[in-house]
Ligand binder design. Sequence first.
Ligand code: AVJ
Ligand code: FE
Length: 449
Amino acid sequence: MTHISTAPTPPASAAVSDGDLRMTLAAELADARRRTLWLVEPLSDEDLHRQHDPLMSPVLWDLGHIAAFEDLWLTRNLTGHVEFSEMPGLYNPFEHPRRVRGTLALPRLAEARETMDEIRARALARLDTADFRDGPRLLLAGYVYRMVLQHEYQHGETILQTLQLKRGDPYAPPQRRVLPSPAASYRPGEMVFFPGGPVELGTDDRSAAYDNERPRHRVDLAPFWIDVTPVTNGQFLEFVEAGGYRRRELWTEEGWRWLTEAGVSAPKHWAKRLGVWTTRTMDLIRPLEPLRPVCHVCYHEAQAYSTFAEKRLPTEAEWEAAASWDPAIGAKWMYPWGDEPWTPELANLDQTAFDTAPIGAYPRNVSPIGCYGMIGDVWEWTASDFCGYPGFEAFPYSEYSEAFFGPEYKVLRGGSWATRPGAVRSTFRNWDYPIRRQIFSGFRCARDA
Ligand code: AVJ
Ligand code: FE
């Protein structure tokens, strides 16, 4: 673990030669594509073209869009400046809302694969001569390649959201990684104390972080308590059985309006069969497991549960401090466990488990103050709106983050089982509408000291 001072983090490439970085990036691009194609391998052309849900694109659109984004940033934009809006019409997300993408004239898989290969070949040829030190800002420390990699990883998670909503036969994962069994026991609902005081949030990293994670800045936090683990199915079931979905006083006005319209009475993919609650993840239906984190709840459900538990949702500043700040020594880490890169023993990330793990399965996934499971398993809703940090500068395009700043989106943190490790860290910020449940989303609670 390294102590982070207030000086900007040196680019990751400082110690490696351009040649080594080129090889690493080429290997990561190959790995990203292997994974994307592996995820969609079980799907027929019909499955790929179908609009499975109004919230999601046909999977074939995601594939074409991944390639078009790569073409835009790794070839066209490295030759001369191209605006994001010049992305080809078919795959431009702003020209076609998701709910109508099923009506687009999308190519068959074989043709899409050819386009993907052809764009990749051009990107690799350009990578051969990339100058990561004195070239354009986009290329410094290899940034634009990591941006494109993270984009493919993120669309992999988007595809998994679609597959969870798949019509017809449920999606059968090509293979499922076996998750570790719980090695430690925690009492769900137990809390740890964060003493408050000055903490540093965000990062100055320019090698991988998104613009919305910058700049690193100081925030003064009041002392607070925060849950040791994400809220579990067992805890959420207490809320359901106590009539949580019928008790007006637990919901905000906006939350109650959503609930009335949505007419739901349990998290998405929960069902009660013959008096037994079950959950479904892809093609796996099983009795509700009380020790797995609750998943597929929206912000309003998280908020109502928190009120029921006489707690509240953490702000994203509290979440990041609890995940990455060591108040004893004034240090901040990339991940709760330190700066060590992810390995399968550390946290449930990287998609191939196709499932959340019971709490206690990852005893090393613990932050300095003692919060478990902040990275992996489920994204965690926070109380915060998605906004730019003080001194925010859009880079390299405002359509990634800035276009979504404002009170209509809430921030989620920490990644899920469906997130690839390169696409998450303690400073990473995700966002969605507070009514959304198709994401792999849970939460943990906080409380004032
Ligand atoms: C960061 C997950 C909210 O999917 O809307 C993908 C990621 N941005 N392509 C999204 C993204 C452009 C983004 N989220
Ligand atoms: Fe995209």
